[in-house]
Design a protein around this ligand. Structure first.
Ligand code: GUN
Length: 304
């Protein structure tokens, strides 16, 4: 039995962001200003604050303009609505991301639906969800995590997923459902499994490609996998790690990495797999949104 190839999400994300940084130089030459990403954070959730900071830093590293708007947790919904409307109406802002979750008194769907679809770099607006559903990839902005999963899977399969049996475990709106549609576009035969799926192990064993996005630590075992399968692990679960010392924790995926790596052909690690790709795809969406807003079709293609 061969050991699996570890799919290096960090390195693959870096090839994506390097390409965007290069293309951004040309974008600036053409338009006189860089692409601009606005990130809105409401409240002080420490994990969200770290994500938002990382997104801003990466945007600046690639030569984008980065705007961060931080509002107090008690911000009235109407104030957030007014801010999103301002950003929608500002032609110098190309991408808008409102960090989720929002405080309970704010209606998340209402805010997402307010973001101009052409600036919705999360790909969460129902217009973009619909464009993905009908296969309008010319106009859609695609959600970042599922788009990153597809890039990683393709990297392990010489760029071609055509004809593969793909099993997606998880049916969330942000990963499971969109990644299934993207894999259909790649000509996979797609099964979406979930918590009510019968004989999940048998379903997974048929898969050439497994996308695990359930949010349950190390649920998928090596013994469930077909020999040589490609495994993309979207899970990020914090679990106790007594071996590191009392009270210590570590991050693990939805896949039991050790047993899976002994059977899979290729597998993403956690951390260092899907995570870095999500932010790279956010940068890609911001660049694409900016090109479309300037009618720069050729430059949009340059970053693909
Ligand atoms: N919170 C955790 N992940 C995400 C994401 O991808 N987008 C937004 N807007 N909020 C998040």
């Amino acid at each position: 039995m061969n050991a699996a190839t570890i799919i290096d999400g960090k390195a693959i994300a870096a090839t994506v962001t390097d390409r965007i940084a290069e293309a951004t130089k040309r974008f600036v030459e053409e338009t006189g200003a860089p692409p601009c990403l606005a990130v809105v954070l409401v409240g002080k959730d420490p994990a969200s604050a770290v994500y938002v900071r990382n997104k801003g830093r990466m945007a600046e590293k690639l030569g984008f303009r980065s705007i961060q708007k931080t509002l107090p947790a008690a911000t009235p919904e109407d104030d957030l609505i007014a801010l999103v409307k301002d950003l929608n109406g500002d032609p110098s802002v190309n991408g808008i991301l409102v960090q989720l979750p929002l405080p309970n008194h704010i209606n998340e769907s209402k805010i997402i639906e307010l973001i101009a679809p052409e600036k919705d770099v999360d790909g969460f607006h129902p217009i973009n969800v619909g464009r993905l559903g009908v296969g309008d990839f010319e106009q859609a902005l695609l959600p970042c995590t599922p788009a990153g999963c597809v890039v990683l899977a393709k990297s392990a399969r010489n760029g071609d997923l055509s004809g593969l049996n793909a099993v997606v475990i998880g049916r969330s709106n942000i990963v499971g459902k969109p990644v299934a549609q993207m894999l259909l576009k790649e000509n996979c035969t797609v099964t979406i499994a979930h918590s009510r799926t019968r004989e999940l192990e048998t379903v997974v064993r048929r898969a050439d490609l497994v996308i695990a996005a359930v949010g349950r630590a190390e649920m998928v075992k090596g013994g469930w996998l077909k020999e040589g399968a490609t495994v993309v692990d979207v899970g990020i679960n914090r679990v106790p790690a007594p071996e590191k010392g009392e009270g210590k924790t570590k991050l693990v995926g939805d896949v039991d990495f050790e047993s899976a790596a002994a059977v899979a052909g290729a597998i993403t690690p956690v951390p260092g797999g899907v995570g870095p790709m999500t932010i790279a795809m956010l940068m890609s969406n911001t660049y694409i949104a900016a090109c479309r807003q300037h009618g720069l079709t050729d430059l949009e293609k340059a970053a693909r």
